[in-house]
Design a binder for this molecule. Structure first.
Ligand code: AMP
Length: 418
């Protein structure tokens, strides 16, 4: 083997790709029920777009971006997430404006140079939604409900919805100062990254996964306790909406999302079925990003699902996601004339909406029937010299091993009933 896939990337093979299709279909269906419309943005963007929005001191920007220079010397980055590109595209095409609700969704690959492990890839897939134009707490709750509904639809259980608030710029500033004073006392006992972050972006210290820092992070003051009155009121309203929907949640005061653009409500859905990488969905409000990108003061809220991890859960539960496709028909032909008549017939069968395949390897009848079994055809059609002579064709039920002779003129009608 001369070439293999790159570390942290993988090929999704036919034995699994049907699950991805079913998952994507479920997402699309639910997104449209909540009135989201699809947007497709490019795989790469100007690096600056991500640096400005996600934040320089975040792990994503400081360590994980696939950044390169193109032949004209521009700095480009493979998208590590899609919120910033969706905001960019929404503004560029005048989809987003004040006092207008715009609901967009996306499905596609994202890229992060992370250390690969179970549930963590360098190319992974996300499905997400972004709603622009309203800061109504009811919308935050609707978004969380939508995320939960998708999991529900797929029959995924043992989930925990974690919610928190990172407040507005005002309360974050007060909290940051308090946090800086707190962490500065312990800086000498904390990791190198944390020491830098205490100075550059103190909130990011809360993200640190190093063991030596956990004790200090655990005892740190929490932002939820420091929220200003309007932020507290907004968060309480989100919680009441969740209660109204009967949605169970846990307030997780320690949760900070790995991206700087969030304001107010943040949430994650955790699966108890996964190992260390147990977050299947993450999102929240980002009321300042549209303005930051040159638009009006347009509030926004969204989430992203990790599709790889959902497939992993479905695999662990051996859930059968096979779509109810029509039954596959395999056409066996014997001789050149049969092949010609057969080719015309198979064209008509496919036009009727049935998946069909025929022999292209010039095998004998026995081998063709074997092939029909191998590809799990439900029926085989057999066309040989005798059938042509009497204007008939044989329809064989592969599972029952029963066959009937049918006049050629009636075969399409018969297939339509299978
Ligand atoms: P984030 O954009 O970091 O909030 O991630 C949103 C969701 O994407 C997470 O909850 C994960 O399910 C998924 N995700 C993030 N990074 C990866 C990765 N490297 N590999 C697989 N899934 C990921």
């Amino acid at each position: 083997m001369k070439y293999t896939s790159q570390r942290g990337t993988r090929d999704i093979l036919p034995e699994e790709s049907y699950k991805w299709q079913a998952l994507e279909t479920a997402c699309r269906r639910l997104f449209s029920l909540y009135n989201y419309q699809e947007i497709r943005t490019p795989i790469f963007e100007a690096s600056e777009l991500f640096v400005r929005s996600i934040g320089e001191a975040t792990d994503i920007v400081s360590k994980e971006m696939y950044t390169f220079q193109d032949k004209s010397g521009r700095s480009l980055t493979l998208r590590p997430e899609a919120t910033a590109p969706v905001v960019r595209a929404g503004l560029q095409h005048h989809l987003i404006s004040k006092d207008k609700l715009t609901k967009l969704y996306y499905i596609g690959p994202m890229f992060r140079y992370e250390r690969p492990q179970a549930g963590r890839y360098r190319q992974f897939y996300q499905a997400g939604v972004e709603a622009f134009g309203s800061n109504d707490p009811a919308l935050d709750a609707e978004i969380i409900l939508l995320a939960e509904q998708i999991m529900n639809r797929l029959g995924i259980k043992d989930l925990e919805v974690n919610v928190n608030s990172v407040g507005c710029e005002g309360c974050r500033k007060t909290y940051s100062t308090k946090l800086k004073t707190y962490f500065s006392t312990y800086a000498s006992q904390m990791c190198e990254d944390c020491c830098v972050r205490i100075e550059t972006n103190t909130l990011r210290v809360l993200d640190c996964k190093n063991k030596q820092c956990q004790e200090f992070i655990d005892k740190a003051p929490t932002l939820l306790d420091e929220l200003c009155a309007p932020c507290k009121d907004q968060f309480d309203k989100v919680l009441s909406w969740l209660q109204l929907y009967g949605l169970k949640y846990v307030i997780n005061r320690r949760m900070v999302r790995g991206l700087d653009y969030y304001t107010g409500t943040i949430f994650e859905i955790i699966s108890k079925k996964l190992g260390a990488q147990n977050a299947v969905c993450g999102g929240g409000r980002y009321d300042k990003l549209v303005r930051e990108f040159g638009g009006d003061d347009v509030p926004a809220v969204g989430f992203a699902f990790g599709l790889d991890r959902i497939v992993e859960i479905l695999n662990a539960e051996t859930r059968n996601l096979e779509p109810a496709t029509k039954k596959l028909i395999y056409l066996c032909t014997i001789g050149e004339e049969a092949e010609k008549i057969g080719a015309e017939l198979i064209y008509k069968i496919r036009k009727l909406g049935f998946p069909a395949e025929m022999d292209y390897l010039k095998k004998n009848l026995k081998s063709q029937l074997k092939e029909a079994s191998r590809i799990k055809a439900k029926f085989a059609l057999i066309l040989g010299e005798d059938e042509i002579k009497f204007n008939n064709i044989i329809l064989r039920d592969m599972e029952q091993a029963m066959q009937e002779v049918i006049p050629m003129a009636n075969i399409l009608e018969r297939i339509d009933t299978i």
